[in-house]
Design a binder for this molecule. Structure first.
Ligand code: SF4
Ligand code: SF4
Length: 116
């Protein structure tokens, strides 16, 4: 089991999750060809289920694999898919510049038809 970053991270990427990950298993795609979405991903075989990242994400984009909402189930495989392409990923650099309001978080949820 591992934690999963969902599409709620797309274009957010403030990296608060990477700042608290003790094993540096949160990655950013550097391929530059749009093959992977503009978000961070958790390498599931490296994740040690420490739970740190889930509450750290200001956009509420991270879930334990068993608790990923149905609308984001495809994201489980999208995180796993980075294993086969890891040469095009780098451990995410910490930036941490987001403080979304509750309204902004709700608006991001709504983009995906997710009610939270
Ligand atoms: S903290 Fe959340 S929104 Fe920010 S990069 Fe990590 S998963 Fe994405
Ligand atoms: S649960 Fe812990 S080890 Fe897994 S990605 Fe989150 S911070 Fe890293």
């Amino acid at each position: 089991m591992a934690y999963v970053i969902t599409s709620l991270c797309i274009d957010c990427k403030d990296t608060a999750c990477a700042d608290v990950c003790p094993v540096e298993c949160i990655y950013d795609y550097k391929g530059g060809d749009g093959k992977f979405a503009n978000q961070l991903f958790i390498q599931p075989e490296e994740c040690i289920d420490c739970t740190n990242c889930e509450p750290a994400c200001p956009w509420k984009a991270i879930f334990e694999e068993d608790e990923v909402p149905a609308v984001f189930h495809a994201d489980i495989e999208k995180n796993r898919a980075i294993i086969d392409d890891i040469g095009n990923f780098e451990v995410a650099t910490v930036v941490k510049d987001h403080s979304p309001t509750p309204a902004q978080i709700a608006e991001n949820f709504a983009k995906w038809g997710y009610k939270g």
